[in-house]
Design a protein. Structure first.
Length: 133
């Protein structure tokens, strides 16, 4: 009887909800002001906008629990699958998590809990002449 009670207790403890605060950081390692616009592909819905000054960072705290199926990482909403990185409203780099187009899962899902936006990202950008959004 004690053995059954012990097994039940171990099973119950291992299945209970636990949560943990995790911090994600986006670093702007350029001399440009950056605006990140995070989108959901279904309907092109804008989910989040993050502004980062030159040579600074944005931190996002997320509480991750047992029932989470997708991390929000750097963003305040679930479902981000594409990100526009806009540099000083003059150049834009678009990263997506689908269709083999400029795939950059790090900036979307935050697998390493931080991402650095560099001059390489800027050099990949397309001119957008103040029409970047």
């Amino acid at each position: 009887m004690k053995r059954i009670a012990l097994i039940c207790w171990v099973f119950f403890v291992s299945c209970t909800e636990t949560s943990e605060d995790i911090f994600f950081a986006l670093h702007n390692d350029t001399d440009k002001a950056i605006e990140l616009r995070a989108f959901e592909s279904k309907g092109g819905k804008l989910l989040d906008v993050i502004n980062i000054l030159p040579f600074s960072q944005h931190q996002q705290k997320q509480t991750i629990g047992f029932s989470d199926t997708q991390s929000r990482a750097f963003y305040s909403e679930f479902g981000v699958d594409s990100v526009r990185v806009i540099f000083d409203m003059s150049k834009v780099t678009v990263y997506t998590g689908y269709n083999n187009q400029s795939i950059n899962l790090e900036i979307i899902y935050g697998d390493n809990r931080e991402y650095r936006i560099t001059n390489e990202d800027f050099s990949k950008g397309m001119e957008c002449n103040n029409n970047c959004r």
